[in-house]
Design a protein around this ligand. Structure first.
Ligand SMILES: Cc1cc2nc3c(=O)[nH]c(=O)nc-3n(C[C@H](O)[C@H](O)[C@H](O)COP(=O)(O)O)c2cc1C
Length: 339
């Protein structure tokens, strides 16, 4: 049997007066890390900061800062980093000024998204590709962001010179005053199912003075021994899909014996979504996150099958509650892959 080791919890780090303690982050996830989901994760705690999902400049300029589920924050949520999806500087200073009263503990630039729609508009990984456009955007961001500035990306395109290209980008980000980088060591062309090269963190951290947050396929506080050691050079860890499966994952890092009341989690999730979303949008939000929660259970597909065709929110809430109240058998080994 393969030995597993605890992944060492990275020491807290402080950037521009903001301390991330622990240096454990909940990843930005479109349609998932909205205010209701953030509130549920916050009920358990254990993380250093949450991220919003990627936000367009237009949406930040249009949404209501204090009511929008994308933008609003609750005092109990702890630290929150707003992620922006940007392709040029149009409206960017106004967008950053508009966010300032929410007192974000950081602003993150999305340079990793490979969704075709995002790439066509020149955002995400397409911005990372274009060195001069990247420089212009980061320079404007640095000028308008007082607090920590994060950038999140993959390795770039798979090519013979990928290392040199990546190092050129790290130099650019260092030179333009970025504070932290999050790296998911996959190439842009690789789907999420492909292996993440955790072993590269040593090499990458030797190439840059910037703290690196490791991301990709971190699914528990313990993992195979060789993988656990690979995270040692990282300044922080970021968890995405497994946080959607287990919003308590950060708390469990600190309290491995944590007992979860699944019925209570389900009901709170439903109530928080119903509170933050208009009724016609709430059901869709619940349907989006349910496949992740379903991964906890041996017969989780029954939860999924019950919720997907639900005609309204109350029915979905009730069906989910019945599933949880029956004390469904728990999966011993959980993976979010394939969702
Ligand atoms: C449903 C979904 C939505 C995502 N949306 C974003 C996003 O808005 N911004 C971003 O930088 N990454 C986004 N990602 C990528 C995650 O932040 C993360 O980098 C990726 O899932 C790998 O981490 P994981 O293996 O822990 O899930 C998304 C991933 C998923 C599954």
């Amino acid at each position: 049997m393969m030995t597993s080791l605890p992944i060492p919890l990275p020491a807290p780090f402080t950037v521009r007066g903001i301390t991330f303690d622990p240096a454990l982050f909940c990843a930005p996830m479109a349609n998932i890390t909205h205010s209701a989901f953030r509130r549920l994760v916050a009920d358990f705690g254990g993380y250093g900061a949450l991220f919003t999902e990627m936000l367009s400049v237009k949406s930040v300029l249009q949404e209501d800062l204090h009511h929008s589920p994308w933008l609003k924050r609750r005092p109990g949520d702890g630290k929150l980093i707003y992620q922006l999806l940007v392709s040029d500087v149009k409206g960017l200073p106004e967008c950053l000024e508009r966010l300032a009263p929410l007192r974000p503990e950081g602003i993150d630039l999305n340079c990793g998204c490979v969704a075709p729609k995002v790439l066509r508009r020149g955002g995400g990984a397409a911005l990372f590709d274009d060195l001069e456009r990247l420089r212009t955007v980061v320079r404007v961001m640095r000028r308008h962001v007082e607090g920590p500035l994060f950038v999140k990306f993959r390795l770039g395109h798979q090519s013979d010179d990928w290392r040199a290209r990546l190092v050129a980008r790290l130099r650019l980000l260092e030179g333009e005053g970025v504070d932290v980088v999050t790296i998911q060591p996959r190439f842009s062309e690789e789907p999420r199912g492909r292996r993440v090269r955790h072993e590269l963190y040593g090499e990458l951290s030797a190439e840059t003075t910037l703290p690196i947050v490791a991301n990709g396929d971190i699914s528990a506080a313990r993992c195979p021994a060789d993988q656990a050691l690979a995270f040692a050079p990282a300044a922080g860890l970021m968890i995405g899909r497994m946080a959607a499966v287990q919003p308590w994952i950060f708390a469990k890092w600190h309290q491995p014996a944590l007992v979860v009341d699944y019925t209570d989690v389900w009901r709170r999730l439903c109530d928080y979504i119903a509170e933050d979303f208009e009724p016609h949008k709430a059901l869709l939000r619940l349907k989006i996150v349910t496949p992740y929660l379903a991964r906890n259970f041996v017969f989780g597909h029954n939860l999924f099958r019950a919720i997907q065709p639900a005609p309204d929110f109350a029915t979905a809430r009730e069906r989910g509650s019945s599933f949880m109240e029956a004390t469904p058998a728990l999966q011993r080994s959980i993976s979010p892959s394939g969702i």
